[in-house]
Design a protein around this ligand. Structure first.
Ligand code: SIN
Length: 545
């Protein structure tokens, strides 16, 4: 199926004026990229490139924790079953087993690196629950600062290990060569060094025998998201421009509960962790009726796709005259402020006291289940290119990710890849292809793009909404030009356009509802659709198969 014909093939920027050579270049500085860099470093020269500060991505914001079977009354089979059930028929069981069986080792690895996870006196590590988990198995830190502790630990370890970190450097496009058998392969990356305002200071090329994309997801494709501003799908869009297949792009996970701060609130919204429901909070409508009772056997702790869809139904009915949020009643939780300090601070800033008041919440874009097709060791179809973390689609998450499997996956996959690269690197090659048609989308169009995605491609997708979104994106694709000033904002806007186009194309062609892809015109989950869709850029056109 043809999706678009006018997406830029390359981000427009000045010609390279410098070059650096290394063994491994890692793009992105969340848990996946840092883990890969750290594991490869003992025997390789590693350069890590990040467009912002090291801790500007999603890892630093993760609240709930890391899923791993650590309680003797729990078991690997339970975690495998919960992950597969949440994934709504599209998980790759072998990948899930690998992840789940290595998860406990990932926790002890982080602990040995210096991560301080919350403990219960005389009982060892504290475990909580989130949606879709049949047991308490989430390790957390600082109450709801789990991601920040993982980020701190890995940041320090990477710097101590001697990884060369380049901050404020935007990875533009892959450099593609041919190996001795004539096969296409990634041989490096074109990078723009940015000043504080996001203007380009210079452009260069980092050549490497392994290029690792670990740039995270693309929550900023939506106007309302739990993701920080830096999460714009840069690595996934870059891989697409190089002709590499991406998969499961229609499965955008909407977190059921971000803090609702009014209909006009856009950008990153404060997350109200599912662990709040794991500790006993209940979702209620404006009349105080439970949103989830009788809707699923796990009630308020059903998987995210189920809870987000039920909230959407309550909002559509405009219960009590409120059609854009529901409420979380967390008043029964003892010592809420100590257990959830970040959430408490966000609520208090909005003059809501969770120990006395109901917390207004709504779903928002949270996690990309899809991404560049890769295995759990990061290998992709393009030799020399490896992808780990949220940017990858490894089959672990299927049509809906189980809560807190993502940080665990990032550490497991990143470390597995780093170890592989320590052992062997792809061959070196000198020839580099040139690609034409550089262009950019002006950042001024970003608001229109993100609003259209939130309005038309959210929790529930209508046929007319998908058509309207596709029309909007085609109009924006026509506005791409080589005359647009190259800045961080225009690079990001162009990447968002590529990603959004792939999401809409995939969502339009999946004629069923499954996991976090729900349509009003195809409401059933169909056995004939128990398959993945891939999107590939072929000569500037996106083809969905
Ligand atoms: C949360 O704490 O609710 C989010 C954790 C996750 O996305 O896995």
């Amino acid at each position: 199926m043809l999706a678009s014909s006018a997406l830029p093939r390359r981000l427009a920027a000045a010609a390279p004026s410098w070059s650096v050579d290394t063994d491994v270049v890692v793009l992105g500085s969340g848990a996946a990229g840092l883990s890969a860099a750290l594991a490869a470093r003992p025997v390789r020269e590693v350069v890590l490139v990040t467009k912002d500060a090291l801790d500007a991505g999603s890892t630093n914001w993760a609240q709930g924790g890391l899923a791993a079977v650590l309680d003797p009354s729990d078991g690997i089979e339970n975690h495998v079953r919960d992950t597969i059930e949440a994934g709504a028929g599209l998980c790759d069981e072998a990948a899930v087993r690998l992840l789940v069986s290595e998860a406990p080792t990932a926790i002890s690895y982080l602990t040995r690196l210096g991560a301080s996870f919350d403990q219960v006196a005389d009982e060892g590590v504290a475990l909580t629950r989130e949606g879709g988990h049949s047991h308490r198995r989430l390790v957390h830190a600082g109450g709801d600062r789990s991601g920040a502790e993982v980020q701190r630990t890995l940041d320090e370890s990477v710097r101590l290990a001697g990884v060369k970190v380049i901050e404020q450097a935007f990875a533009l496009d892959l450099e593609i060569g041919r190996d001795s058998k004539g096969q296409r392969c990634a041989v490096g990356v074109r990078v723009a060094l940015l000043d504080e305002a996001g203007h380009v200071e210079s452009v260069g090329v980092i050549t490497a025998r392994a290029v690792v994309i670990a740039t995270g997801g693309y929550g900023q494709v939506y106007a309302s998201t739990s993701n920080p501003p830096a999460v714009t799908g840069d690595g996934v869009a870059m891989a697409m421009r190089a002709g590499v297949a991406v998969s499961d792009m229609e499965f955008i996970q909407f977190h059921p509960t971000v803090l609702w701060l009014g209909a006009d609130a856009i950008g990153q919204q404060a997350l109200i962790s599912e662990a709040v429901r794991g500790e006993g909070a209940k979702l209620v409508d404006a009349r105080g009726e439970s949103v989830m009772d009788g809707r699923h056997r796990l009630g308020d702790l059903a998987a995210r796709d189920v809870v987000a869809a039920e909230i959407h139904k309550v909002m559509a009915r405009s219960v009590g005259g409120i059609d854009d949020h529901v409420f979380l009643d967390a008043r029964s939780i003892d010592r809420f402020a100590q257990r959830f300090p970040t959430i408490t601070a966000a609520c208090l800033a909005a003059e809501i006291d969770p120990s006395r008041d109901l917390i207004p919440v709504a779903p928002a874009a949270h996690y990309a289940c899809g991404g560049v097709l890769a295995n759990l060791n990061g290998a992709t179809e393009l030799r020399g290119l490896f992808v780990v973390g949220e940017a990858a689609c490894t089959g672990v998450h299927g049509a809906n990710r189980l809560a807190s499997n993502s940080l665990t996956e990032s550490v497991v996959a990143g470390t597995r890849l780093g170890r592989d690269l320590s052992w062997s690197l792809p061959e070196r090659t000198d020839y580099v292809e040139s690609v034409e048609q550089p262009a950019l989308l002006d950042a001024a169009w970003r608001t229109e793009l993100r609003s259209a995605m939130s309005k038309y491609v959210g929790v529930l997708r209508t046929p007319q909404g998908l058509r309207d979104a596709a029309e909007c994106l085609e109009r924006l694709a026509d506005k791409c030009s080589s005359d647009v000033a190259p800045t961080r904002s225009s690079f990001e806007a162009t990447n968002l356009l590529t990603i959004a186009t792939a999401v809409v194309a995939s969502a339009s062609s999946r004629h069923e509802s499954r996991g976090c892809h729900r349509r009003t015109d195809y409401v059933e989950t169909l056995e004939s659709w128990r398959r993945h869709q891939s999107v590939r850029d072929v000569d500037g056109e996106l083809i969905v198969t």
